[in-house]
Design a protein around this ligand. Sequence first.
Ligand code: FAD
Ligand code: MLT
Ligand code: ZN
Length: 488
Amino acid sequence: TADKYTYLRRNPNFKELTQDDIKFFASILPANGLIIDNEEDLIPYNVDWMKKYRGRSRLVAKPKTTHQVSQILKYCNENKLAVVPQGGNTGLVGGGVPVFDEIVLNTNNMNQIRSFDPVSGILVCDAGCILEVLDNYLAEQGYTMPLDLGAKGSCHIGGNVATNAGGLRLLRYGSLHGTVLGLEAVLPDGTILDNLSTLRKDNTGYDIKQLFIGSEGTLGVITGVSILTPPKPKAVNVAVLGVNTFQNVQNAFVMSKNKLSEILSAFEFWDSDALKLLKAHNIQGKNLPLKDNYPFYVLIEISGSNKYHDDDKLQNFLEELLTNEIVNDGVVAQDETQISALWSLREGIPEACSKTGAVYKYDISIPLSVFYQMAEDIRNRLRSAGVLGEDKPVSNVVAYGHVGDGNIHLNITAKSYDPEVTNLIEPYIYEWTEQHNGSISAEHGLGLMKANYLRYSKSSSMISIMKQIKQSIDPNGIMNPYKFLPTQ
Ligand code: FAD
Ligand code: MLT
Ligand code: ZN
């Protein structure tokens, strides 16, 4: 685990794994559902996607059924064994890997589609289904998942719900708080909460599933998901634009809402530092077919039902942007291969940022008027401290993200995690966010990284009620300890 977290001490109330515990897990799980004490096999479950957080769990349980999840949690709760729920382990805040020796409960083996109704578009599936697998399944039936992210090939729908993942289509289909219709979840005491509703409207009592959406494994394990899926758009196109100022990125966004309105499905941006990294690390799609280098790039996606009509709308919109000098250059995909190539530029940025050695990731919601100012302020701060530049600890400050949702991703790439650099960025960046009425976590969650910074986005009364909820559902605190809620 990166230096910053050395203040943490293992909670002595949690029991250490014994031979009896191992015997119990072996008695309820098949051989392929258990990894015990095999250092090499445990690494992918103990280390996160960024290689920033590393736990030392001795046991990974991979149940296949909700009943097995219930047996595991009941046992762990009675024996005070701490548990980390884990999906595809693509999370970016250190939430899905253990901090110490917590047991990992991974949903890899829970991967069945339970039902799909082609009339309503409602899908019910196990929590361990991979997002892309679900999307491919739906495509055959003329539907699509309402969320899409660069990690789609690995992340699980349960992980998506647990983090309330946003992604590239939120602008069009809204958040999981709207599209998830029901959940099945297992509470720490083993109770199975059966709320796998397939109804769009249901005003009968507290909407408990909403608590689990974005709870990051701290209240229980999500085992099943019911989700409303939209029809797969028949006509999709993508344009990438070169823009000289961030003011003009905003102008283009406003105009896209007016001129493309119902067919606009994504409005993403990245800066020239992001492009530099894509090129440096030879990431797929790095060859941007624009004439010059621009400070900003915008990717606009349209999705509709009439290709001829939609392309015409896009063309007119782009001409207007060019005529008014809001954008300086643009390219429109001519076929599906080019659509994927343009998207892979945007989706390749997280990987490009991770190649330098270490990456400090910030995921901020902020009003668009100060969106890019944050990147500039951090650059100036690091430059004046003498740590940013060639042969300096920090090589790049990269900004990209979901302009359409007011969500900027600031990635600070460095050779290694360095406490001096960390202290220059944190808590400065969180104070900055608070002062500008933003949120310190737009979509990645709090995890281990931001648990102790929650106060920058939530009042003490809000934090207090969160603690009460946690206490009432997980009185022994076995679910994903040290994370999400402040420990200090
Ligand atoms: P994990 O990483 O395994 O777990 C994440 C959290 O959820 C942990 O706290 C874990 O304990 C909990 N959890 C997992 N499964 C369950 C369960 N069944 N029940 C209870 N708790 C559970 N995120 C976005 O929001 N938008 C993006 O555009 C986006 N793009 C990404 C691109 C890349 C290349 C990468 C690497 C990550 C990206 N992410 C993005 C972050 C990440 O993919 C999401 O947070 C995703 O939803 C995590 O899913 P997962 O299955 O990998 O969960
Ligand atoms: C993205 O939008 O690409 C994801 O949230 C991942 C990231 O921020 O790196
Ligand atoms: Zn994102």
